[in-house]
Write a protein that binds this ligand. Structure first.
Ligand code: SF4
Length: 702
């Protein structure tokens, strides 16, 4: 006999695990006599995912509802966490912060945020740093997600919005370049856009050192050497020029910099480019011709291109590709950076970044400072200056210039490069506070942990990869004593004597101030309201007035740059900072896999996802494996100049023979960032995660 559900709780929400923000319904069934509830998940129709969910979305309830949540504030005493009250936690933080500020100054405290926070919490975090703590040191994990594409978009196009067009444009493209992006595993519900484009006749070009679910749909796969993307694009641009596949009218009327780019490209040698990139000149010609001759076309990049020490210029070169051929600002055309984190787009728009104030206003621009200070009701001179990027903050922790760190919704021990140095740094802190809803490797090192509420328990907005703002309402009460991130910050601000600036009683209150703070800025949210978001399926920014529909496709008539023109820029051929050597003969590249998200804190605590990929691995070409005596499924030791990890060997005949791949979702002895290089891009400060030199050997127990 089947027992009938005694009660049901229906939760309408969005999947937190990527920038598509697929809508879904989670239903909690409580059955009389059963020990615990059961859950079912139903995908809900919406414009981005069209009613699809991937395996992560189908299981996104588990880490929140059945995982080991942090339910109370916890203080480390003699190496063990003990439960304390919120009042004790607040008092301790204020005491420690005041003590550190009086000894070392305000800049001795730093804040470290996350791209999964709602826009409202990200906004309050930025304001808390500048108004309550008066520290210049704030940055966030999105530095590793989007900073290269963001800075390149701003310089070349005048705006950084993940996609310059709506997703539905993809099907109209007749050629699509997918560079360093593994959509099939990172944003799986977007794949039908590309397969439909293919059915409509699109030619797909993938650029990646290894075969993935994404490269498998490509007509042409360019297995580029890790770190050589910018150089490869130089080859494509050179062929476009030689074959006269340049859109002369567009270039003349809507861009600047063509003469410089042309002369730069004429000085390059395609044979040398082929040698440097590992892609034959013939294949480069084939790809350039396909893209150049197509009437419409789109270019997408993601972390494979961006997480490089020349990530900014690499993205600039991909944008050159779109500009030179006039394939932007019209149907079926555009450039897109495929954002990874749940709120990767919104998280970078409202003040978590060291150099930015809300609405993409710049902290070093006097007019921007004056405007935001006016909204906040403070003197512009009270605003601190520009700080440094996420990894640079941790270096300052290591040097003990920063003495206390407040981490919110982030796991910097696993997500930063050169993790051994990061661990040393975190262990030197006088006071480490972590606000999160699950125990992370960073939280394990904390002095104090604060329980934050999870996505099902928080109301707030998130901005998807198209720049579409979506409202996600709380679907159930917070677990234990957990609170929304913004509420924790407002209570702390009050105890720091700055409560008047943080008198918010709801997420909507915060959003209304955010609208004002972003008004007239690049990311203008002024016209977006909760009321609209409840009625409409999200609203695209910029949206300057409440009766504005929101701008779905950017750059149809001009670019928000001087004279309304986009900027073409010559990009040098550029070798990665670390080269293979006899001691470290292989290139390591890193990335995500289907079942896990970011540093794995959430997905490793979902039993269904964890069971599918329970541990890390290294992907090795069988010939390389044979050369280094690596048996399939055996443990392998990987070593770089910075550290060692131990992971299991997987053969992949479709990865370059000079390259190995390790995913980024595990910690401890499997934390691949113990190996990665901490050299940073000079413009955007993105670390070069995607290439470093390693050696491999069979694991031998010592
Ligand atoms: Fe959708 Fe992304 Fe969640 Fe998958 S991970 S269900 S694609 S939001």
């Amino acid at each position: 006999l089947r027992s009938e559900p005694a009660s049901e709780l229906v939760m309408d929400t969005q999947c937190p695990f990527c920038s598509v923000q697929c809508k879904m319904q989670i239903i909690e069934h409580k059955v009389d006599g059963a020990q615990s509830p059961t859950y079912s998940v139903i995908p809900k129709p919406n414009l981005a995912s069209e009613g699809r969910l991937c395996i992560k979305g189908m299981n996104a309830y588990q880490h929140v509802l059945t995982g080991e949540r942090i339910l109370h504030p916890m203080l480390k005493k003699d190496g063990t966490f003990v439960r304390i009250s919120w009042e004790e936690a607040y008092e301790l933080i204020i005491h420690k912060f005041n003590d550190i500020r009086s000894q070392y100054g305000s800049d001795a405290i730093a804040l470290y945020g996350g791209g999964s926070l709602t826009n409202e919490s990200a906004y309050v975090l930025g304001k808390f740093a500048r108004v309550a703590l008066r520290t210049k040191y704030i940055d966030y994990n999105g530095r590793f997600c989007m900073s290269a594409a963001a800075s390149a978009g701003v310089k070349a196009l005048g705006i950084d919005r993940g996609l310059t067009n709506q997703l539905s444009d993809i099907e109209q493209a007749r050629c699509i370049v997918l560079a360093g992006t593994n959509i099939a595993e990172c944003q799986p519900t977007l794949m039908p856009y590309f397969t439909r484009a293919k059915e409509n006749g699109a030619y797909i070009i993938a650029i990646d050192p290894r075969e993935t679910g994404t490269t498998r749909i490509a007509d042409l796969h360019l297995r580029v050497k890790p770190g050589m993307d910018a150089t490869l694009v130089n080859g494509l641009l050179k062929v476009l020029l030689e074959e006269d596949l340049v859109d002369r009218d567009f270039v003349q009327q809507r861009t600047k910099g063509f003469a410089e780019l042309k002369s730069h490209l004429e000085g390059l040698d395609l044979t040398e480019i082929a040698e440097l990139t590992g892609v034959s000149a013939e294949t480069i010609r084939q790809a350039a011709a396909a893209y150049g001759k197509a009437p419409t076309g789109m270019v997408f990049t993601a972390r494979g291109v961006e997480q490089q020490t020349d990530g900014h210029m690499s993205v600039r070169n991909f944008i050159n590709l779109a500009l030179l051929t006039g394939k932007i600002g019209r149907p079926g055309c555009g450039y897109g950076a495929v954002t990874g984190q749940g709120n990767g787009q919104g998280g970078r728009e409202h003040g978590q970044k060291a150099d930015q104030l809300p609405g993409y206003r710049l902290i070093e621009n006097p007019e921007d400072r004056a405007y935001v200070a006016g909204v906040w009701g403070i003197d512009p001179d009270e605003l601190p200056g520009k700080g440094v990027s996420a990894y640079e903050m941790l270096v300052k922790v290591h040097e003990q210039e920063i003495r206390s760190l407040f981490v919110m919704a982030s796991n910097p021990l696993i997500s930063n490069p050169n993790a051994n140095l990061v661990q040393e740094a975190l262990e030197k802190l006088e006071f480490l506070v972590v606000a999160d809803f699950l125990m992370s490797e960073t939280a394990q090192l904390a002095d104090l942990i604060l329980p934050a509420s999870a996505y099902l328990e928080n109301t707030g907005t998130l901005t998807n990869l198209e720049g579409r703002v979506l409202l996600r309402e709380a679907a159930r009460p917070a677990a234990g004593e957990a609170k929304p991130d913004w509420e924790i910050l407002c209570e702390l601000a009050d105890r720091l004597g700055r409560g008047a600036y943080f008198a918010f009683s709801s997420a909507e209150d915060i959003f209304n101030e955010l609208r004002l703070a972003s008004r007239g800025g690049v990311a203008d949210y002024y016209g977006i309201t909760y009321e609209r978001l409840r009625k409409e399926e999200g609203v695209y920014w910029p949206c300057p007035e409440p009766d504005h529909p929101g701008q779905k496709r950017l750059f149809e008539t001009s670019f928000p740059l001087p004279e309304g023109k986009a900027l073409l820029t010559p990009v040098d051929n550029h070798l990665p900072k670390e080269q293979a050597s006899p001691e470290y003969p292989l290139y390591l590249t890193t990335g995500r896999i289907l079942t896990h998200y970011l540093t794995g804190v959430q997905t490793r605590k979902s039993h269904s996802l964890a069971a599918r990929d329970v541990e890390s691995f290294v992907e090795v070409h069988p010939k390389t494996a044979k050369k280094y005596r690596l048996d399939e499924e055996a443990l392998v030791k990987l070593e770089s100049r910075r550290g060692v990890v131990y992971v299991r060997c997987r053969y992949n005949a479709d990865i370059r023979e000079d390259t190995v791949f390790v995913p980024m979702h595990w910690g401890d002895t499997q934390n691949v960032n113990k190996l990665t290089l901490d050299a940073l891009d000079p413009t955007c400060k993105m670390p070069g995660f995607k290439v470093c030199a390693v050696n491999v050997s069979p694991f031998v127990s010592e």
